[in-house]
Design a protein around this ligand. Structure first.
Ligand SMILES: [Zn+2]
Length: 467
């Protein structure tokens, strides 16, 4: 295997920064020091004026997922190739069993789909139904398959939504196994009521989507999930926090010592709910995801929570559909496939708005895009770190470089981008995954199937409150 010396850059981790060279050899970080000399045959990358950071860990993706009559437009090849082009080197995707299907069987399906991945990947398991068999197989998943996190839904009545009784049983099972429960926190009963009300009033356009999922639904469900976890005494991870109410519930719980970890998405920091009032169906429907984009005033609350470390991670919830797929809901907003892209854009958007925009430091950027997720999900220090012996998952970002995000220029396999036309300053110029040069200054070298499955141990840092 070739070696690469990344020379003259500023190394940034969640804890600090230093001027140093970094040597990748045999897939690992082999040396960090000033003035390293390359051995013959070593590739040398000039990182002068650039930041050298751990590759992104995206804890929330949905590749090749069948959903609402469509299949997510990115599969594990195109999605992970796009991720590499945007500086992400590990993803955690969600396995979604059918109702009644064995989770072990579903895992086998996802494992085979993911064989074409370009970067390393692990899985969370969606608890899409509850019963003795699910509970029983959870033990095998944790013990033999490295699945250490389980997602529960408080939304999607008649589908994924579980009763409080089942949530309590599922949380207890997680506690017993040392696994981390995650929640999609929106009140499914209220949403079902409001959706029916909208349709009865003749609101069939994408506007109905946001009107039927008000922030209070997210605030209530987040608070309820926290209460259940607190009483069951298990840590909790709240995915895609979009509403101020939810961010506040997490902050309050953390201040009284509850082990709750919140994730947000770049889109919630910059896109507001006016997108759903757009006259063009494709544009409005392109933004349909759950929870939806919120009124502008929520964005400042989320930024403050990221700065105050009451929100700890960022994901993408990458779940992209083409315009054509979104048209399934042309006459009924409840039939628009839910989801937006972003696996390629997360680091660029967060750097531009956060670091270039003066809201967060480069160190906090690393924590929010890589290290915290690696720690929460037990991938650290193999991932999310610049340490000798860590996987050589390394990116080089040029803070002076600019680019324009657009559907045409992206590698994501869709014809829509929620970031269309956005100019960002701060561009990932190189991505290395276990030492392999996947993104070389605009050239994508995405070798199909080189990604490896990441098994994760239970009883992660979440259980020790070290977040
Ligand atoms: Zn999701």
């Amino acid at each position: 295997m070739t070696a690469t010396l990344i020379r003259g850059g500023t190394l940034v981790t969640a804890d600090g920064r230093r001027q140093a060279d970094l040597l990748c050899r045999d897939g690992l970080i082999a040396a960090i020091a000033t003035d390293l000399e390359p051995a013959p045959g070593t590739q040398v990358i000039d990182a002068g004026g650039c930041f050298v950071m751990p590759g992104g860990v995206d804890p929330h993706t949905h590749l090749q997922l069948p959903m609402m009559g469509a299949v997510v437009a990115d599969d594990f090849y195109t999605g992970t190739a796009a991720a590499a082009a945007g500086g992400t080197t590990s993803i955690l995707d969600f396995v979604g069993p059918e109702r009644g299907q064995s989770p072990l069987e579903a895992l086998a399906v996802w494992r085979s789909r993911a064989e074409k991945a370009v970067i390393d990947y692990g899985f969370h398991m969606t608890v899409s139904w509850w019963g003795p068999r699910f509970s029983e197989e959870m033990e095998t998943l944790v013990r033999d398959h490295g699945i250490a996190s389980f997602k529960f839904f408080l939304a999607y009545k008649g589908g994924l939504m579980l009763s409080d009784e089942d949530l309590i049983a599922g949380f207890l099972r997680c506690r017993q196994l040392g696994a981390l429960p995650q929640v999609h926190a929106e009140n499914g009963e209220l949403i079902a009521y409001l959706q029916a009300k909208m349709l009865a009033e003749g609101v069939t356009s994408p506007l109905g989507h946001v009107l039927s999922r008000p922030p209070q639904c997210e605030g209530e469900a987040t608070g309820r999930a926290i209460t259940l976890a607190e009483i069951v005494d298990v840590p909790l991870y709240v995915v895609h926090v979009s509403a101020a109410e939810a961010a506040r519930a997490i902050a309050q719980a953390r201040s009284r010592g509850v082990k709750v970890i919140g994730e947000t998405l770049p889109g919630f920091l910059a896109i507001d709910d006016s997108v759903y009032r757009h006259a063009d169906f494709d544009f409005a429907a392109g933004h349909v995801m759950s929870p939806p984009y919120r009124p502008r005033e929520h964005q400042e609350v989320l930024w403050q929570a990221l700065q105050a470390a009451t929100l700890s991670t960022t994901g993408t919830d990458h779940c992209c559909f083409t315009k054509d797929q979104k048209r399934l809901g042309r006459d009924d907003f409840t039939r628009i496939p839910n989801g937006c892209g972003g696996i390629e854009d997360r680091l660029h958007v967060l750097w531009h708005l956060g670091v270039t925009g003066g809201r967060i430091s480069p160190e906090r950027f690393v924590a929010l895009t890589s290290t915290n997720a690696a720690r929460v999900f037990n991938l650290w220090p193999r991932k999310g770190a610049l340490e000798i012996g860590s996987d050589a998952d390394v990116i080089v970002l040029d803070p002076a470089r600019t680019k324009t995000l657009s559907a045409l220029a992206q590698h994501q396999n869709t014809d829509f981008s929620v970031w269309e036309g956005m100019d960002v300053q701060g561009v990932v110029v190189h991505t290395f995954s276990r030492g392999t040069h996947l993104w070389a200054d605009g050239e994508l070298r995405a070798e199909r199937g080189r990604g490896r499955y990441l098994e994760r141990a239970a009883f992660g840092p979440a259980y020790q409150g070290r977040l």
